[in-house]
Ligand binder design. Structure first.
Ligand SMILES: *[C@@H]1O[C@H](CO)[C@@H](O)[C@H](O)[C@H]1NC(C)=O
Length: 836
């Protein structure tokens, strides 16, 4: 995700933690002795004016916070000598843990969420079972020096790692078995230079740690084999190795990027953000693999996912359910071997708005109540895009023309086949059958010889064999593909439409009536064609500059356009050739797209503002002149975001040619209008991203959209799913009856003479499934609470300052001065573990 700068209108932030189930939910501890829970806004830049929940005040400054790892809305806070466990939604404390003889130094939940460990200035490590009793169930002398210490659970195992100082004031790491918590299994001294920042390279893997210290070096801590099931971990060893990566600047803090944000297809197993005085440096760890075309399952076993396994009440009542596992999420290779040197690149702290990825599925009652306090969210926020198995890909594509004009989507597809232009003087188009995935032959394949370069093209929704191609020669050619696909070169179009006087920008078939096609051209007209007579039937006027995009309304009565002349226009073509309405459009002149949304009552425009930021604009279709009712900034990037709107879910997918990310929003007709959902990211830029009809979706897998992703030399299906617990039921809240838009509702003549019609609707429920609405237990109900989110103005300097101090407080060494001396390399042999 993009780097966000957060600023809070409260006093000094002492610690913070994001909810593992909702990345927009942030708890902060502050010097004013309270714990605040914030719901960050979806666009990643705006800040809530006030905290959603305030807990406390505690008797003294809140020094540490950690959300529970399995239960929803459970938060541990440490202030002075006391740990409190909160039920955030109920805004009350569940218990207070006492027994600390001095100031707390760290706290940590065990991954299974049953136990909590602390380290304390009284040099003791303690284990609490907070639901059993408020006093420590076990404790042990930890490190000999009472300087800063930290306690870290090793995965879900019974092992603990503690980091502290020995009598010689050297930094040391100790390994503990909590089943025999009387002495450490082994310990390992680090160097005496201080100021390390510890990052578990993968929280799910106990073996590999990164310590970032003085300038220039990153250390690896590697744990040898842990004897499983034996009486003790004989032969276990801690190894510290110095990594070759030279980082710039002194490390002030470091954090691990969430696993879901990693580039899995590039075999990126971890990414650490290093904070220095003036930079945030992403350091990426990849495992070199010969093929990066496929998903390497061995590198990425399932890991704890982002769904809570219990509500706060269930957990408090004794529930011990384990976290649900997320597939295809990163864990470390078991032996930590084969890691390549990390690559790093410098980026200054970004002030650019960035859309954050979100998580946190509203499945438990406490989460819902939290959300009703904190504001609306989408039930699609957890939508997960996945590239389907390699067996379904078409590979070895050669000579694709990937420089199609901005008005064109790059390629086009229907449920049977796709068309993609090739590099060649004669405007050749390759036709590929989706039923025949696999590697294409090295020899050339049969093509359509369009005769002139392709400006735009699209499939006839009602005739899967028919492709309309707009040419740079101002003509539209209609091609017919034989059933089963092209066997030989196609030289003769079925029809040629002549009338435009200049090059064509884009074309689009009518959504209801057969044989009706609209086209826009450099001649600044939009023409409507009857394919049976091959004649132009209507010619719409009024544009004064390039027509970026056109879109028929779902009912086929209206046509909207967005133009470089800065206007959004709406035509009722059968009533008038002049616009019925117009209103202000995007200011930027790089390009724009328009789609209809929310039952055909709204228009969604994607375009650029005057500073070239990519933005979304939502209009009420009956009052364009009033301007957009909502504007949202997506990011900064040169290519136009191409929207695909799914009527059934009101979810819009947006991505540009050459992008690696597909943004997903649910559109709602009240504030905040755009509810951000999890985006899909890929390792390499796609050349095109085209969605397929709903009927291609596997509803049993709660797959609500399916697309094809065009890469340099392959096409691969990408499916978008919603994680659901009761998958045995048909998720009727996600799959309402869908429009049978692939069958015409009208003939061309009927439409042209003023008739209207409606498509049939299709129920997607498989016969053997019961709707989830009829399932025994109640299903989550979405609530929209009014949201009041305001931007607070602060200077970039202030933002930097606050980020820096917050991160140092969170991750840096709180007591030690940062070493000024440069670090000397250490031989790996020196770090072989010594038993403690
Ligand atoms: C690629 O297509 C564009 C239009 O779609 C055309 O202008 C260009 O000449 C084509 N390039 C080649 C090398 O065929």
């Amino acid at each position: 995700p993009g780097i966000k700068l957060l600023l809070f209108p409260s006093d000094t932030v002492t610690d913070f933690d994001f909810s593992p189930f909702d990345q927009l939910l942030l708890a902060t501890g502050s010097a004013d002795k309270t714990v605040k829970v914030w719901c960050l806004s979806e666009n990643g830049q705006d800040l809530p004016a006030s905290a959603g929940v305030i807990l406390g005040p505690e008797g003294c400054q809140v020094d540490m916070l950690q959300f529970h790892s399995t239960a929803d809305g459970v938060l541990a806070s440490g202030a002075g000598r006391r740990v409190k466990i909160w039920d955030v939604a109920q805004q009350q404390s569940l218990t207070e843990l006492e027994s600390h003889g001095d100031q707390l130094q760290s706290l940590a939940w065990k991954q299974d969420g049953a136990l909590l460990g602390t380290s304390c200035k009284d040099k003791k490590l303690r284990i609490f079972d907070p639901r059993a009793k408020p006093t420590a169930s076990q404790s042990v002398q930890g490190h000999e020096n009472n300087k800063d210490s930290r306690l870290i659970w090793m995965d879900a195992s019974d092992y603990l790692l503690s980091v502290g100082f020995n009598q010689m004031r050297e930094r040391e790491v100790k390994l503990w078995d909590t089943r025999r918590f009387s002495h450490s299994l082994l310990s390992c001294a680090l160097d005496s230079s201080s100021g390390y920042v510890w990052v578990p390279l993968c929280p799910g893997n106990p073996r590999v740690w990164v310590a970032m210290g003085t300038p220039g070096c990153i250390h690896w801590l590697r744990l040898g084999r842990l004897a499983r099931g034996g009486s003790c971990a004989v032969g276990a060893a801690l190894t510290l190795s110095v990594n070759q990566c030279v980082t710039e600047g002194k490390t002030q803090g470091a954090a691990l990027v969430p696993k879901l944000a990693l580039d899995v297809m590039a075999c990126e197993v971890a990414r650490v953000l290093q904070l220095t005085d003036s930079f945030i440096v992403p350091i990426s760890y990849t495992v070199p693999r010969k093929s990066v075309q496929e998903f390497h399952e061995d590198l990425f076993p399932d890991s704890a996912g982002t769904l809570p396994s219990a509500s706060s009440q269930e957990w408090w009542a004794g529930d011990n359910k384990q976290p649900s596992l997320t597939h295809h999420v990163v864990l470390f290779p078991q032996d930590g071997s084969g890691l390549s040197s990390p690559s790093s690149s410098l980026t200054s702290p970004s002030m650019a708005p960035s859309v954050s990825t979100t998580s946190g599925f509203a499945s438990s009652s406490s989460q819902r109540s939290l959300q009703s306090i904190l504001g609306p969210s989408s039930k699609f926020r957890h939508a997960q895009g996945t590239v389907l198995h390699r067996d379904t890909h078409i590979t070895n594509l050669k000579g694709l023309n990937l420089t199609t004009p901005g008005e064109c989507n790059g390629f086009c597809a229907n449920q049977q086949r796709l068309a993609v232009p090739l590099l060649s003087a004669g405007g050749q188009i390759a036709i590929l059958e989706l039923s025949k995935p696999g590697r294409l032959p090295d020899t050339s394949i049969p093509t359509i010889q369009n005769g002139t370069p392709v400006a735009d093209f699209c499939w006839d929704p009602f005739d899967l064999q028919r492709l309309a191609v707009a040419g740079e020669d101002a003509k539209i050619r209609i091609w017919r593909i034989p059933p089963g696909g092209l066997q030989k070169m196609l030289l003769e179009p079925e029809a040629v439409l002549r009338g435009h006087t200049e090059k064509i920008y884009s074309i689009q078939f009518h959504p209801q009536a057969a044989d009706i096609l609209a086209s826009s051209s450099y001649d600044m007209t939009v023409r409507i064609w009857d394919l049976r007579t091959k004649q132009e039937v209507l010619c719409l006027k009024g544009h004064t500059d390039q027509i970026f995009s056109l879109a028929w309304s779902p009912d086929g009565r209206k046509l909207a356009t967005v133009s470089k002349d800065g206007r959004v226009r709406l035509y009722k073509p059968r009533q008038s050739l002049e616009p019925e309405q117009d209103g202000p459009g995007p200011e930027g002149s790089r390009g724009a797209r328009v789609v209809w949304a929310c039952g055909g009552h709204y228009l969604l425009v994607s375009g650029f503002d005057s500073r070239s930021e990519r933005q979304l604009y939502l209009y009420k279709a009956d009052s364009l002149s009033a301007g957009p009712i909502a504007v949202g900034t997506v990011d900064v990037s040169p290519s136009t975001l191409i929207p695909f709107y799914d009527e059934d879910t009101s979810v819009v997918f947006l991505t540009g040619k050459g992008d690696t990310r597909v943004f997903v929003y649910e559109i709602v007709t009240e504030a905040p209008f755009f509810l951000e959902c999890n985006s899909f990211s890929s390792s390499d830029p796609h050349k095109g991203f085209v969605f397929l009809p709903k009927t291609t979706c596997n509803v049993r897998e709660v797959e609500f959209a399916r697309a094809l992703r065009l890469r340099q030399s392959s096409v691969e299906p990408v499916v978008f799913k919603v994680p659901r617990v009761k998958k045995e039921f048909f998720q009727d809240d996600i799959f309402p009856p869908t429009t049978v838009w692939w069958e015409p509702a009208l003939t061309a003549t009927a439409w042209l003479t003023g008739s209207n019609a409606q498509h049939q609707m299709l129920n997607l429920q498989p016969k053997d499934m019961t709707p989830v609405s009829e399932a025994p237990k109640d299903v989550p109900v979405r609530k929209y609470a009014p949201s009041s989110v305001y931007l607070e103005e602060k200077s970039d300097e202030q933002k930097k300052e606050e980020l820096l101090s917050a991160m140092v407080a969170k991750l840096g060494n709180r007591e030690d001065p940062l070493p000024q001396d440069s670090f000397e390399g250490v031989d790996e042999d020196e770090w072989v573990g010594r038993h403690g």
